[in-house]
Write a protein that binds this ligand. Structure first.
Ligand SMILES: Nc1ncnc2c1ncn2[C@@H]1O[C@H](COP(=O)(O)OP(=O)(O)OP(=O)(O)O)[C@@H](O)[C@H]1O
Length: 236
């Protein structure tokens, strides 16, 4: 099986600061992968490198088995990779419906599984807010809209960075329900979230980063039972 994303030996810097040290990570079709590690260990930097927002100084990333040097973020998106960044990224001046429709496009192989109607069914809360502008939505609704927009691109892999950050518990629960629905639909996911228990429960496998190095890759069920490793790498 060809991986949707296969990164090997990534080294990433911000100016003179060396952040990622030879990171390998792969995401297979339909697979749910968690990215764990304490604050500042390089999770967001890795995601931004995979998305082409930062160019690694060494190493390379293949998308569906294809390499090209320094692909732009829009080219990576066209390979079926959707990214919901920390802090969202919706159009504040468009209403909910417009935000979704403007993002709509067929997937990599022409699939159109995620129609406007299906996204609406997945996010019942948004149906009550259709004519609201992006800026009128609550933080949780904005997050749902950001995920909905990503689904409208019919991705094969959805990358979620801190999707539940700063939201009320009832909304957090709703977002995890949505993540489970997306997983059941066969969309691969890469998830970063402070709630490591939830990440372990909603993924097949987790990769642990420590100071820019991958220190563990284990199936999530095994890792959830290994308190020694969780304490060592997550300080819990
Ligand atoms: N734009 C930037 N310029 C310089 N250094 C940065 C920048 N963004 C992040 N860093 C540094 O890079 C390191 C890794 O940060 P990163 O955000 O990738 O970590 P993280 O694991 O996602 O943590 P967090 O959960 O705190 O976001 C940190 O030391 C951080 O201070």
């Amino acid at each position: 099986m060809t991986a949707l994303i296969q990164a090997e030996g990534l080294h990433t810097y911000y100016g003179a600061s060396h952040i990622l040290f030879g990171v390998d990570i792969a995401i297979q079709p339909g697979e749910s992968v968690g990215l764990l590690g304490r604050n500042g260990m390089g999770k967001t930097t890795l995601i931004r490198t995979l998305m082409g927002h930062i160019t690694p100084t060494r190493g390379h990333v293949q998308y569906r088995g294809r390499s090209r040097s320094q692909p732009a973020p829009h080219q990576i998106a066209r390979m079926g990779v959707a990214y919901v960044p920390e802090g969202r990224g919706i159009f504040p001046n468009l209403d909910v419906r417009e935000n979704l429709l403007v993002a709509a496009r067929p997937g990599f192989d022409g699939r159109q599984d995620w129609t406007y109607e299906r996204v609406m069914e997945t996010f019942p809360r948004l149906t009550e807010r259709l004519s609201h502008g992006g800026q009128q939505l609550s933080g949780g609704e904005q997050q749902m809209l950001a995920i909905g927009r990503a689904l409208m691109t019919n991705p094969d892999v959805l990358i979620l960075d801190e999707a539940t950050e700063g939201l009320a518990p009832i909304i957090v629960a709703e977002i995890w329900r949505i993540i489970a629905t997306i997983r059941e639909a066969g969309v691969a996911t890469l998830i970063v979230d402070r709630n490591y228990r939830k990440v372990l429960a909603h993924t097949d496998r987790c990769v642990v980063l420590e100071k820019g190095h991958v220190v563990e890759t284990r199936d999530s069920v095994t890792l959830a039972q290994n308190t020694e490793l969780l304490t060592r790498y997550l300080g819990v």
